[in-house]
Design a protein. Sequence first.
Length: 507
Amino acid sequence: MAKNNIFKNQGRKVKRFFTHLPLFAKYLTIMTALMLVSYLVLMSALTVFLSNRWAMETQELLMNNVKQSAEYSEDVLAECNNAADVENALFLLCNNIGVTANAVDIDIFFVNHDGKVILCREDFLYNYSPSSAGCLVHSGYRIPQNIMDEVANNEYFSRTEIEGLFAEDTFFAGYPVYMQDTFVGAFFASSPVQSGLAEYALNLGGMYLSSAIFASALSFLVIYAFTAKLTNPLRQMSNATKAYAQGDFSKRVSVRGVDELAELCQSFNQMATALSVLESSRRSFVANVSHELKTPMTTIGGFIDGMLDGTIPPEKHQEYLGIVSVEVKRLSRLVTSMLNLSKIEAGELEIKPSSFDISQQIINCMLTFEQEIEKKNITINGFDNLSPVFVYADRDMIYQVVYNLVDNAVKFTNENGAITVFTGENKKGQLYISIENTGEGISSEEVGRIFERFYKVDKSRSYDVKSAGLGLYLCKTIVEMHQGKIFAESEKNKFTRFTFTLPRAKG
């Protein structure tokens, strides 16, 4: 139990250590470990395969040599006519055994039908005389009768230990010898498994180890370079993210290649650019909102204090209370826009659709700007052709869209200019409403950005037009919530036209 706890603690330590490693070190370690494991698995599989191959080759070697020895002995003995011929034949056979055994490094001997060794390379001396000492190695050999019975009928091969012959695992092959169709004995060959396999494995292991070391070194360099290339963009992203957290959006990640990592780097840079633009817009928005809130509050506070302390005479109170009322409404619109923006971003702004006449809504909205229209001597066109148009939408939300568009049209129409209202139906069966005004217009570069949050076309006149850059963004959001579209068209020093679509009321 204690030993298991020790192993668990060691495992936790290794896991914690590996967890805190940098990504580069983790990836390099994993890839190197996989490479080494692959080499080990390959070496194990290769060892098994080549061991089996070596065993088959050894079997073939032993069988070929005992067969050749048996066939050679049958030919030599068949030519013997007397005792001298037999003695010469035995010497030739022993010499053949010795040459063969030395050439292929195996042990070969001949046994009679009883399994006793009667011929080997040690039985004759080189002067054609029999050895007086005899063979000390094979003299004690006695092949079991069951093996002799088997080899008498066919060739024999086994991997075995035979008591009295082999003390270790040995490849053992035999081939019968016949004289005039009579079984007289058999040639046997043996080769120890371990000694032959050990030498074979040593040679193979040396070659494999040399190749593995070279391949491992080369693979490690390739893996190191690939890992560095793979993790370098991630490291750059990490550094850039830290800079973004500090408010510095100038950092970018270098993009190389056209693979998925390059696409990620491009997306990251695009995100950084968007964040930079958003941050710039946010700062501009904060500055604009601060000014927009400060200006009317200062005006309201100054006029009220003037009336309270008598600076403004009582006969002027009505006039200045009217100015205070205008500024309060301005604050109310700004706060409403900011609240709606918060609801939209939080997903809390719900649509409550109903059928209503948007033409009448446009007329009512225009009437709220009557004083400003008369002050700038603006001509309103299109009302004489404006027929009832019923849409299915949220009445209050669409009123805010119409109000913002009319407000923009009135503010940016030139003196003695004109505002024109159009309604109709497009090819997709949706109703469209257009509000066009004459005036300075919007440049083509800025038309595509005017619906962005916090964006203001004319930065130099931002405070004069009393806008925080939220109106058109809210219009776009509200229209798209109704499955409609809104877009702008403009020509410098001629006109600006805003058009939005809404679903038609059923029936």
